[in-house]
Design a protein around this ligand. Structure first.
Ligand code: GDP
Length: 455
């Protein structure tokens, strides 16, 4: 069932060569007709689709821009609905005027992720694939992009489907027993049930472990950079972000109340928390006090602790060392271009790894990348296999594994088959939530709320 049309600017809101305004819905082509006039004449709504029309966008009797309009017909479009994509010049003003014209002509503004949500609701893609769209957009390296693309192609969904079938195969027989408990179930033996559950569990564990080992390449690792004032934290940040500003994004963290910056070291992605406290700003230089650091260290997946190797350790340095002990932490002995008075052996016992660098000359950068790789990538990440694309999917897998364990225990301890069946059913539920086949509206809304407008 097609919905009334929505419209949004689908390209970045910045000056550029081309800007795309996408209109999707039952009346999308009629709306496009009201604002777009092809030079070839005729109506877009009568188009067979899959054609590009050159013409002009007009509103209130005034020409807004020359443009090309692409026409797609339901159900063979991204959303599964009729879609018009107006490609105009990519100026901020022009794209906004064209969007406004589309809204005035009857479309309503698309919510975040609404185009992809419609694709999901129209059965074009499942929930796991929808999430991979966002993962692909935000991929900051080749492996992350590959992994997301494979999920979008359905590799993960296929694998999850296979696991689900292994479990539902058992459930079908168990269901027969629950209905007719006095009959002997002939189709499946307890050994075969156990084998099916074990096999599904192993597949899921493999998927989760692959996700965990590849997280540093795909999702990024929550990282905190600490150190007393003047050891060179800002300089280290600048060294890590390099000059490639395009890969640096500031995300105002609404939920965690910190500013987060995604930086890449080689193909490893670090989500560095509270960079506002590290970066020198024009006003007051805010350095991270130990107290504030403690809170952040608790939730960090990785701590990078910076020391000034040209100076002896201070009490503050020692306190930071103590805080890092036993945690996933890396010590950076900075300022190696100066004469050193501090050596790795002085601090090594507090950290998993120590690396000597100079943020000034960039020496030690490769060593840092290698150290991060061996700390964070427990095994070679295979982005060609079925990959999870986020914590929601991971937790669905873990829930399924947990219930398979319960089902196996019930089976082995000789509990009744309906107890086994209940546990196996819960495992299936978790997997159906992953692919969205049985996800609540709240879960679906939550997934798409993380999207950007226009996608
Ligand atoms: P923060 O307070 O920890 O953020 O330290 P900054 O990054 O602001 O650096 C403090 C001072 O140390 C600045 O004057 C930097 O130029 C200097 N600095 C930082 N890294 C290096 C380095 O690797 N070598 C040298 N010689 N100076 C450095």
């Amino acid at each position: 069932m097609s919905e009334p049309a929505i419209a949004a600017i689908s390209t970045p809101h910045a000056p550029g060569g081309i800007g795309i305004i996408r209109i999707s819905g039952e009346n999308a082509l009629e709306i496009a007709d009201r604002i777009f006039e092809p030079v070839s004449g005729g109506d877009l709504s009568k188009s067979k689709g899959y054609r590009a029309y050159f013409g002009s966008v007009n509103a209130g009797g005034k020409k807004l821009d020359d443009a090309v309009c692409l026409v797609y017909k339901a159900p063979h479009s991204y959303t599964g609905e009729d879609v018009a994509e107006i490609n105009c010049h990519g100026g901020l003003y022009v794209t906004q005027q064209v969007l406004r014209a589309a809204l005035d002509a009857g479309a309503r503004p698309a919510e975040a992720g609404e185009f992809t949500k419609r694709a999901f609701l129209n059965g074009k893609i499942d929930l796991a694939q929808s999430e991979s769209v966002m993962a692909l957009i935000s991929a900051s390296g080749q492996k992350a992009a590959n992994a997301a693309l494979n999920t979008l192609d359905g590799k993960l969904s296929e694998k999850i489907e296979k696991c689900t079938e292994k479990i539902t195969g058992v459930c079908a027989s168990l269901g027969a027993w629950v209905d007719y408990p006095d009959d002997i179930i002939e189709e499946i033996t307890p050994e075969e049930m156990e084998e099916a559950f074990e096999s599904a569990k192993k597949d899921l564990e493999d998927i989760v472990s692959r996700y965990d080992s590849g997280k540093a390449l795909t999702q990024g690792v929550d990282t905190v950079i600490i150190g007393r004032p003047n050891v060179g934290k800002s300089a280290v940040m600048n060294m890590l972000t390099g000059y490639d500003r395009s890969i640096v994004t500031d995300i105002a963290g609404t939920t965690r109340d910190v500013v987060e910056e995604k930086i890449t070291v080689g193909d490893i992605v670090l989500n560095v928390a509270d960079t506002a406290g590290i970066r020198q700003t024009d006003d007051k230089v805010e350095n991270i006090g130990v107290e504030r650091a403690v809170k952040r260290l608790e939730r960090a997946e990785l701590i990078i602790s910076v020391f000034d190797s040209s100076e002896p350790l201070t009490d503050e340095d020692r306190e930071i060392m103590r805080l890092c002990k036993g945690k996933k932490s890396l010590a950076l002995l900075n300022k190696s271009d100066l004469e050193s008075v501090l050596e790795e052996k002085d601090i090594a016992e507090y950290f998993e790894t120590c690396v000597t660098v100079s943020a000034k000359t960039h020496s030690g950068e490769k060593e840092l990348e290698n150290a991060l790789r061996s700390m964070l990538c427990s095994r070679e990440f295979d982005s060609e296999s079925a990959c999870l694309t986020g914590e929601r999917q991971r937790s669905c897998c873990l829930k399924a594994i947990e219930h398979l364990d319960l089902a196996l225990n019930a089976l082995r301890s000789g509990m009744t088959y309906d107890a086994v069946n209940v546990c196996a059913d819960c495992a299936v539920d978790a997997l159906l939530e992953l692919t969205g086949k049985r996800a609540s509206a709240a879960v679906v809304d939550e997934v798409f709320s993380r999207f950007c407008v226009g996608k």
